[in-house]
Design a protein around this ligand. Structure first.
Ligand SMILES: NC(=O)c1ccc[n+]([C@@H]2O[C@H](COP(=O)([O-])OP(=O)(O)OC[C@H]3O[C@@H](n4cnc5c(N)ncnc54)[C@H](O)[C@@H]3O)[C@@H](O)[C@H]2O)c1
Length: 315
């Protein structure tokens, strides 16, 4: 029998890429999303497999998950734009912590659920240089990372309590089509596509580990198929760091044009880590996964894809 997979946040940037990937593998996909940041048209399911539910609503989450009776649940619904979370800490905690409790409690109460994946983030690591392995001490420096570390702990308690195999995936910086939040790469993409050749950006020095959403989806599927038991934590990144300047240079190569960067003080984040790099040895060792998308191939596709309007409240 095909796995019946429920993706929370499946109308979002990464969740929709995951849905497309799993659908191509003949899995039966269901999506639960409140469409606060995601888009209905991104969720690769028909209306009868789309549950428009806010994960803060405990009863609706329970009823929805019971009705679907999934075998696997991948919990990606969250708010994660760091400036927004810092400005709205109570809302961030309510969605990312309480919402995770509701989703996992509903999984515990639904006997069909055999496996769970919880999306976490590299933002649980402290400010440090060099590649981060999963056993590096945690030390989030923003509200978002704090809420996600709490969600990781809740996933651990869920696994202990229920015995349901649980994977925590610490995502590094995703890039790819249909991005829903104004992160660096879609911002550069938007400015170039609107004709600008002088880009106005925030901090230029920070380096990040950018991984394509297609490679992330592949990694999540590989982890869910690896026969893991208990609670396992994995970094999901590319293992390469790029500075803002190197990202802009990748756009220059694809455009065949020179771009100028101006620092926009309004975009400069007051608290910013300079490095964030994944050690992905555990992921590779456990699954045989290898990334297929480099920055240049990814940027080339972004220059041709339609621009999205930002939907959520990003201020
Ligand atoms: N994009 C990245 O670089 C990145 C990095 C690290 C971790 N993550 C994590 O990956 C996951 C997916 O992120 P994304 O980039 O696809 O973001 P996204 O905003 O595109 O997706 C999140 C989805 O969750 C939905 N959602 C938000 N609040 C909800 C609520 N209260 N009830 C139901 N649905 C709700 C949104 O509508 C959206 O479709 C998140 O858990 C995020 O924390 C993302």
């Amino acid at each position: 029998m095909a796995e019946r997979v429920l993706i929370t946040g499946g109308a979002g940037f990464i969740g929709s890429a995951l849905g497309l990937h799993l659908r191509a593998k003949e899995k039966e996909i269901w999506v639960l999303d409140d469409l606060s940041f995601g888009r209905r048209e991104l969720a690769p399911v028909d209306d009868d497999r789309f549950l428009r539910i806010d994960i803060r609503d405990k009863q609706k989450v329970l009823d929805g998950i019971r009705r679907v009776a999934p075998t696997q649940v991948l919990h990606l619904a969250a708010i994660h734009f760091i400036p927004y979370c810092n400005a709205h800490p109570v809302e961030a905690a309510d969605i990312n912590i309480n919402g995770t409790i509701h989703v996992l409690d509903a999984c515990a109460a639904t006997s069909s659920v055999k496996q769970v994946f919880v999306a976490s983030t590299a933002a649980v690591y402290p400010v440090a240089e060099g590649p981060m392995a999963e056993d590096h001490p945690t030390g989030p420096v923003d509200i978002y990372g704090i809420t996600k570390l709490a969600a990781e702990r809740i996933a651990g308690e869920f696994c202990l309590r229920t015995g349901i195999p649980t994977i925590v995936g610490r995502f590094f910086n995703a890039f790819g089509p249909s991005e829903t939040n104004p992160h660096l790469i879609p911002e550069v993409q938007r400015q170039i596509r609107s004709g600008q050749r002088v880009l106005r950006l925030g901090n230029l020095e920070p380096k990040r580990d950018f991984i394509h959403t297609s490679d992330m989806a592949n990694a999540m599927e590989a982890l869910m198929s690896a026969g893991l038991r208990g609670l396992e934590v994995f970094n999901i990144g590319r293992g390469i760091e790029y500075s803002v300047l190197e990202i802009v240079q990748a756009f220059e190569r694809q455009l065949g044009e020179k771009l100028t960067i101006e620092v926009d003080p309004a975009r400069v984040r007051k608290v910013e880590r300079m490095h964030l790099l994944a050690d992905v040895a555990k992921l590779k060792r456990s699954t045989g996964w290898a990334p297929e998308w480099g920055i240049d191939e990814g940027v080339a596709t972004l220059l041709n894809e339609p621009l999205m309007e930002w939907k959520g409240m990003h201020a």
